[in-house]
Design a binder for this molecule. Structure first.
Ligand code: GTR
Length: 327
């Protein structure tokens, strides 16, 4: 491709403008996301950045590194703990092995509906989970929507739990998800998100599991044409800040960060609902085979051993009971 002088000029001008925009801010928080620009989680953090800049009279800005530019989730979490990355928008899944409280909303079929999930995550249980990050050099700021996750694969339509037998699925790097897939009679391989496409393409795995927007924007729908809406997980997304970066801010600025994060939740949720529909439409139009009519009860019944293995302490049992009692 040959670039015209005007095009290069425009590029330089926009680079200079972006540079100037950051330069105006005394503090620029570096934020990571595995998803591309335009994805609801990225747009949510952008909204937070605008709110924060306004609240601090232009002193604190957020610069987002989308599309896993700073690495895969598990690695970026470590970098956030070390203060190399200031903010990180990730799934709760990769925290499961280090922060037990994050396992609870990551349990299969724990939420009855999106409304139920919102009530729990916006209430005291959600706050307790955000607070649990503090023991791990992180500050939990807010939860975003991540829809329901269902299985997709390249081999065959899954119309019942029996159809899962023998298939190999990628899961997030969480032991609980490995056990979840085993309990359903399939095999699981934990793997970073960025390796899933080529692993399905080359037959290393048969498929993975995710929500509509991720199935769409990752391109996984191109290599795994069968999607069954068994909706086994409804794992919230979380926005965390490095404790090291947090400690550099004044109390007033910390309050502004919390407030801006909370404000962005509304924006993200609205965008999420739109994106779910748009992604579903695109994938259906692409001709993928979608199984909607699936009896979930056998899937739910198979999850007993997962709850027994992971919900062990009194605190976690109590949290599960409170979630189940939430109307
Ligand atoms: C997506 C989630 C990402 C990432 C990904 C995965 O739904 O938004 O943060 O966790 O799933 O499966 O790795």
């Amino acid at each position: 491709m040959k670039f015209t002088k005007t095009f290069i000029g425009a590029l330089l001008a926009s680079a200079a403008l972006t540079g100037a925009a950051w330069a105006e801010c005394e503090v620029t928080l570096k934020s990571s996301d595995t998803h591309p620009d335009g994805y609801p989680t990225v747009e949510g953090v952008k909204a937070m950045g605008e709110a924060l800049k306004e609240a601090t009279d232009g002193k604190i800005c957020i610069e987002i590194f989308a599309s896993a530019q700073l690495g895969e989730e598990k690695d970026t979490i470590e970098q956030t703990q070390f203060g190399v990355i200031d903010l990180n928008r990730v799934s709760l899944g990769p925290f499961n092995n280090i922060i037990p409280e994050t396992q609870v909303p990551s349990l299969p079929y724990i939420f009855r509906s999106v409304d139920h999930m919102h009530k729990v995550m916006d209430g005291e249980v959600g706050q307790e989970i955000l607070d649990a990050f503090a023991d791990h050099d992180l500050i939990g700021l807010a939860f975003y929507d991540g829809g329901s996750r269902s299985f997709y694969n390249s081999q065959r339509p899954i119309t019942s739990i029996e159809d899962l037998e023998g298939l190999k699925f990628r899961v997030m790097q969480s032991d609980m998800f490995v056990d979840m897939v085993s309990a359903l009679g399939a095999n699981a391989t934990p793997m970073p998100y960025g390796e899933v496409y080529s692993s399905i393409q080359t037959g290393v795995i048969d498929g993975a599991e995710n929500n509509w927007p991720s199935y769409d924007t990752s391109g996984h729908y191109e290599v795994a044409k069968y999607y069954t809406l068994d909706q086994h997980l409804m794992v919230p997304e979380v926005l965390v800040m490095s404790k090291m970066s947090w400690d550099k801010l004044s109390e007033e600025e910390q309050a502004a960060v919390r407030e801006a994060a909370k404000k962005s939740v509304e924006v993200q949720r609205a965008l999420w609902a739109e994106q779910e529909k748009a992604s579903e439409e695109r994938i259906r139009a692409a001709g993928n085979e979608i199984v909607t009519d699936i009896d979930k009860q056998p899937f739910i019944d198979a999850m007993g051993p997962v709850y027994e293995k992971y919900v062990t302490s009194e605190d976690l049992k109590d949290m599960v009971a409170r979630i189940q009692a939430t109307e």
